[in-house]
Design a protein. Structure first.
Length: 135
């Protein structure tokens, strides 16, 4: 059984990773602006949009894992990420760059910022991260 997603081609090599950030996460302060929304807006302010695409999403159903996001790119593993917060925003963008530079979408723990050592919640085959037409 092959444990790798489809081989990247020229098109996928030049693509940007997409970060889908849950903007409805309220785990830490139910009465305030959702922390996920604040994280998304912080990432928008800090991100180089030529290198990463940011998309808001409502509820990734990982509420017990704090602020959550996914990262995906054609031809690479997609990841569900949790335990994110504003203090980790810069490191999360560094991780996105490492993810984009990887062949398969796997960034080993020893290569990513140490503040993100608990963020991996799960991974999904590359095929699932392919953009779909709305139905």
């Amino acid at each position: 059984m092959n444990d790798l997603p489809a081989s990247p081609n020229e098109e996928t090599q030049s693509a940007r990773p997409t970060l889908h950030v849950c903007v409805t996460c309220r785990r830490s302060a139910p009465e305030a602006v959702p922390l996920g929304r604040t994280l998304y807006e912080t990432l928008l302010d800090k991100a180089d949009t030529a290198r990463v695409m940011l998309q808001p999403v409502s509820c990734l159903a990982a509420c017990s894992s704090g602020c959550t996001a996914t990262i995906s790119m054609p031809g690479k593993w997609a990841w569900l990420l949790g335990h994110l917060n504003l203090d980790k925003a810069d490191d999360f963008l560094i991780y996105a760059g490492l993810y984009a530079a990887s062949k398969t979408g796997t960034v080993m723990p020893s290569k990513r910022p140490s503040s993100l050592n608990d963020m991996i919640l799960g991974r999904f085959p590359a095929l699932l991260s392919t953009p779909q037409e709305p139905t």
